[in-house]
Design a protein around this ligand. Structure first.
Ligand SMILES: [Zn+2]
Length: 304
């Protein structure tokens, strides 16, 4: 069994990323598995090397260790080979449709606007996908994917219709998430993908890409998220509790205890080391409802 924690390094580490790391690590270690840290840094417009370094430091500070660290931007050749394979199968096409043009259309399961596969009939330029100046999409099969994850979450979709054909290479030539994730999981021989529920609506698209590329599908499980107050509603925790503030207030064991308590793994939020949680780790104890994280003069609180 090989698992991975795959944060995007587009901001500081925070309680949500560290909770995700802890759950992935505990799941793997409690089953005698290996676990890879994959730093997802392809989005050059949003990622910073300092945040990748901090993610490594933050996980070590919390008490987590990895069998391997993969940097996604080192994997360009593998991503390009997958695009070549999809191009050879006649699956790639350029798309100039803007996000604004889709607004008001059909809602996708992730809350965005679905893409209507408008450009499916368009051909790549004579120089192939590398010479295209537009975004490149992959034509999915129109089949339904029937899929329930290990936590019982029904992820079934007809991704070509519900989400629309995904972008696999962006207009700015960045390899898109949906392609990179399946290629990197395959090459690391990942058998189990444990990740936050915000990614769940993408799973059927990824399974379809695995089929098109002749890859096996790993087991999936999606866990609850930590939220923060956003524009009028709660949103996935991102910027409100940066790692440096946490480290100024707590040591790694203290934060581990708070996260383990929020995850239902201990009855009191007392300092502990991740290794002490392995023997009793059980997904049955982990809550399914998202929780709200707040940080003030009393410290970090994580509540329903
Ligand atoms: Zn289009």
């Amino acid at each position: 069994m090989i698992s991975r924690f795959a944060p995007s390094t587009t901001g500081e580490a925070h309680p949500g990323t560290l909770l995700a790391a802890l759950l992935v690590w505990l799941d793997a270690r409690s089953r005698g598995g290996r676990v890879v840290l994959r730093l997802e840094d392809l989005d050059v417009t949003r990622t910073k090397a300092a945040w990748a370094e901090q993610m490594i430091d933050a996980c070590r500070w919390l008490g987590l260790s990895w069998d391997e660290v993969v940097v996604q931007s080192d994997r360009r050749a593998a991503h390009e080979a997958a695009l070549d394979a999809l191009a050879a199968a006649g699956r790639l096409y350029p798309c100039t449709c803007s996000r604004a043009a889709r607004a008001g259309g059909r809602r996708a399961p992730d809350g965005s606007w679905a893409y209507d596969n408008t450009c499916r009939g368009r051909a790549l330029p004579a120089g192939g996908w590398r010479s295209a100046t537009e975004a490149i999409r992959v034509r999915l099969d129109d089949d339904r994917i029937d899929l329930v994850d290990a936590g019982g979450l029904d992820l079934s979709q007809t991704p070509a219709r519900d989400m629309g054909d995904p972008i696999v290479r962006r207009r700015d030539h960045v390899i898109a998430y949906q392609l990179a994730v399946v290629v990197d999981d395959r090459d690391a021989a990942i058998t189990d993908v444990i990740r936050g529920r915000d990614i769940a609506p993408s799973t059927a698209t990824q399974v379809m890409l695995q089929r098109l590329l002749g890859m096996a599908t790993p087991r999936y499980r999606h866990h609850f998220l930590l939220l923060e107050p956003g524009a009028g509603k709660l949103a996935k925790l991102h910027g409100s509790i940066p790692f440096l503030q946490l480290r100024a207030r707590y040591d790694g064991a203290a934060l581990c205890g708070i996260l383990a308590h929020a995850a239902g793994l201990v009855s009191e939020p007392l300092p502990c080391h991740p290794g002490e949680l392995v023997a009793a780790f059980d997904w049955q104890r982990v809550p399914t409802l998202d929780r709200v994280a707040r940080f003030d003069e009393h410290g970090l609180s994580i509540t329903l």
